[in-house]
Design a protein around this ligand. Structure first.
Ligand code: 5RP
Length: 248
């Protein structure tokens, strides 16, 4: 028997999910409409919000007959580009991108980001770093004053598998908090990234100077990349609950 309280909970959950999806779509569409033009090389991010941006990109390419090439940040992004009939490229052919559009797990008031909820942070950072403009798209739940306010899963850190234990210990000792190896949903083993590495999630227990912490963590042998994106994002589009788009 499904209780009345359960029905109310499910309805609220479905409403919230529908609202968040609408917000993701608003953000994705706004970024593509404001930043993509003919004859551009575009970096395509990963996650669920980017799906809406790629929908809009494909729509515009068809309607306006645009000449656009797309560079993916993950296997998921590659599949999205191909499924939408867009032109797939890479950094060998397009080492300089006009714009990269990507989602985020959290955005603070200074446009510092946590990324890598989907485990694609390394390729995402490489692609963003090759773009003249890095544009972020997110729903209202990602907006925060300080990192850690909204996103409770910590900073993802990609590591070489043989180094995950020493890196875990070093981060916890030097920066505090708790570091966990990200496991597959089945719990059968660790998540393995597109690059064949593991992901550590660092649940920090205080606000840090993110720029220096990012540099310090990157210096630990075995660390490939962190999900801290500092001084990279130029603009963030937030889809809001009321159907508007917030810009930061
Ligand atoms: C994947 C990412 C994603 O961009 C981030 O997790 C946001 O995803 P979503 O749009 O599904 O909220 O960094 O590594």
């Amino acid at each position: 028997n499904i209780s009345g309280r359960h029905v109310v909970y499910c309805r609220r959950y479905n409403n919230e999910t529908a609202m968040a999806e609408k917000a993701k779509k608003l953000a994705g569409y706004a970024a593509v409409d404001n930043h993509v033009q003919d004859n551009q090389a575009v970096g395509v991010g990963s996650g669920s919000t980017i799906v809406y941006a790629v929908d809009r990109l494909a729509e515009r390419v068809k309607q306006e007959n645009l000449n656009i090439v797309c560079v993916p940040t993950s296997f998921q992004a590659r599949q999205l580009i191909l499924e939408h009939g867009l032109t797939l490229s890479d950094l060998d052919r397009h080492p300089e991108l006009d714009v990269a559009i990507d989602g985020a797990d959290e955005v603070d008031s200074e446009l510092n980001l946590i990324k890598g909820g989907g485990g694609c942070l390394t390729q995402e950072k490489i692609v963003a770093g090759c773009a003249k403009r890095f544009i972020v798209i997110a729903d209202y739940r990602k907006d925060s004053k300080a990192l850690g306010e909204q996103w409770k899963k910590g900073v993802p850190i990609e590591v070489i598998p043989m180094a995950y234990v020493p890196v875990t210990r070093t981060i916890a000792r030097r920066f505090g908090g708790v570091v966990v190896l990200r496991m597959a949903v089945s719990k059968a083993g660790p998540v393995v990234t597109d690059n064949g590495n593991f992901i550590l999630d660092w649940k920090f227990d205080q606000v840090h100077d993110w720029k220096s912490v990012n540099t310090a963590i990157k210096m630990i042998p075995g660390v490939v990349e962190t999900g801290l994106f500092v001084e990279m994002a130029e603009r963030v589009y937030f889809g809001m609950e009321d159907g508007t788009v917030g810009v930061r």
